[in-house]
Ligand binder design. Structure first.
Ligand code: 6OD
Length: 469
């Protein structure tokens, strides 16, 4: 039974809810659901710890970040097991991406924060400089698709900047956060610096509303982001949002086709397509369109399957498969539910799916699906490709595949997206700004941008008197 972690202690309060294994549908664990009193207790614990934590020199907080990274290394296998049990991710991905990124997140922000210079400006007769203060208590709302990676991506810069936190993991994936609570306790992190509460959407809403929460960071759907923003606006709380995507991939005829096909497979199907950065719209230059489609369709049938996170999400993805057909799509691969003939048949799998033939204005091509699925359409010119990619309400990520360096720069700079990958996908340098435009979010995290969000500058200006010497 998972308990909340408040003020350094396990707290078993609130009714209990089940967590399902998406591979089989079976209940893997139970967790307590926070009620208003639990949320309040967690925020109070964070506030109590805030002054001492903020008062530590940044080098000392960076030291804590390194100790947490070591704590994660020591519990690596437990974290892998917890993450797989909740999400049905592959063992390979979990041990090479999800959990190592937790370690990298803490190490990266320890370095970035410790090396960051303060601004100082000298003008005749005045010296202005800035000091940065933490926001205070940060509410961290974490989605189910990359639970540990995204929780630590937010926690590391929030903590090293001197904030204390109340974290609400998704009700679907609380397992790795519960192991992390044990890591915090085992490393001796001061009580109240990290507090973790479990529960469904309304618990997040209580956190957003709580007057003791000074800022909010959220990754998830645009719909939830909008609701958080409306509530947060009442107290003008700083927010940082990484929201949905309907990401485009542009495949030019001068690409290395083998790499482009494999890159597309990765960008469409990784994590069952349940990454906000996954490609759902592919545009391929007409001269290679048929060959690309044929090869992608074959590869789609070979990818390792990952279940959707829940029965509800599986039904949503399947409803888009049905919608594609009703909107007149040609299905090149997949389009249904796989049959295994074993325990996985009660899990939440869908077939990796490739469709073509839909208009840019179809709902299928405009709405985020968040499953292992893409639409492929041809284009004739570079200008058309750019217009197609930009013709979306979202603007998180784009990929382009070309061997022409001029074209790579030219196109990349015209794409309306926060992130553009050329001849690769989801390659990360944690120092770079990360986030989206349009419906894909507000603000940027990553490197010093994260430190900017999790702190407020105070500018101090001193009038320098002339020496009479
Ligand atoms: O890799 C990251 O830092 C990141 N923020 C990934 C977000 C993925 C969203 O699904």
């Amino acid at each position: 039974m998972l308990t909340h972690f408040i003020g350094g202690e396990p707290v078993a309060a609130g009714k209990v809810f089940p967590v399902h294994d998406p591979v089989t549908g079976a209940v893997v664990r139970q967790a307590h659901e926070a009620d208003p009193e639990v949320v309040d207790r967690a925020v109070r614990a964070a506030r109590e710890a805030a002054r001492d934590w903020a008062g530590l020199p940044v080098g000392e907080r960076a030291g804590w970040m390194r100790r947490l990274a070591e704590g994660i290394e020591a519990r690596f296998d437990d974290l892998v097991a917890a993450e797989i049990a909740d999400t049905g991710k592959s063992f390979d991905q979990t041990r090479t991406l999800d959990i190592p990124r937790g370690i990298a997140n803490f190490r990266a922000f320890a370095e970035i924060a410790a090396q960051r210079p303060d601004d100082a400006f000298h003008l005749s007769g005045t010296l202005s400089y800035t000091v940065r203060r933490p926001l205070g208590v940060v509410g961290v709302i974490v989605p189910w698709n990359l639970p540990f990676l995204l929780m630590t991506w937010k926690l590391a810069p929030a903590l090293v900047s001197g904030n204390t936190v109340v974290v609400k993991p998704s009700e679907q994936t609380p397992g790795s956060a519960a192991v992390f609570a044990e890591i915090c306790a085992d490393t001796g992190l001061p009580p109240g610096v990290v507090n973790i509460i479990f529960g469904h959407g309304p618990v997040g809403q209580l956190l957003v509303e709580h007057p003791g929460v000074d800022g909010l960071t959220f990754t998830g759907s645009t719909r939830t982001g909008t609701a958080i923003m409306i509530t947060a606006a009442e107290r003008v709380k700083p927010i940082s949002f990484e929201l949905g995507g309907k990401n485009a991939g542009l495949i030019f005829e001068d690409c290395d086709l083998d790499r482009a096909v494999e890159g597309a497979v990765k960008s469409v199907f990784t994590n069952g397509g349940q990454v906000c950065l996954c490609t759902e719209r592919l545009y391929v230059q007409r001269s290679i369109f048929e060959e690309f489609c044929a090869r992608l369709a074959v590869r789609a049938q070979e990818v390792e399957l990952q279940p959707m996170i829940s029965a509800e999400h599986r039904d949503k993805v399947l409803s888009y498969y049905a919608l594609a057909r009703s909107e007149g799509a040609k299905v090149l691969a997949g389009g249904g539910v796989p049959l295994f003939g074993d325990h996985r048949d009660s899990g939440y799998f869908v077939e990796p799916t490739v469709v073509t033939g839909l208009s840019e204005w179809s709902r299928f091509n405009r709405e985020e699906i968040f499953g292992p699925v893409c639409h492929v359409a041809p284009f004739d010119s570079e200008a058309e490709a750019i217009d197609l990619a930009n013709g979306s309400d979202y603007g998180l990520a784009a990929t382009l595949w070309t061997t022409n360096l001029d074209r790579a720069h030219r196109v990349a700079q015209r794409l309306e997206a926060g992130l553009v990958w050329v001849n690769t996908w989801y390659l990360r340098d944690l120092r770079t700004p990360f986030g989206g435009v349009k419906l894909s979010g507000i603000g940027r995290e990553g490197g010093t941008r994260s430190l900017d969000f999790y702190s407020e500058p105070t500018t101090i200006t001193i009038k320098l008197e002339q020496s009479d010497a």
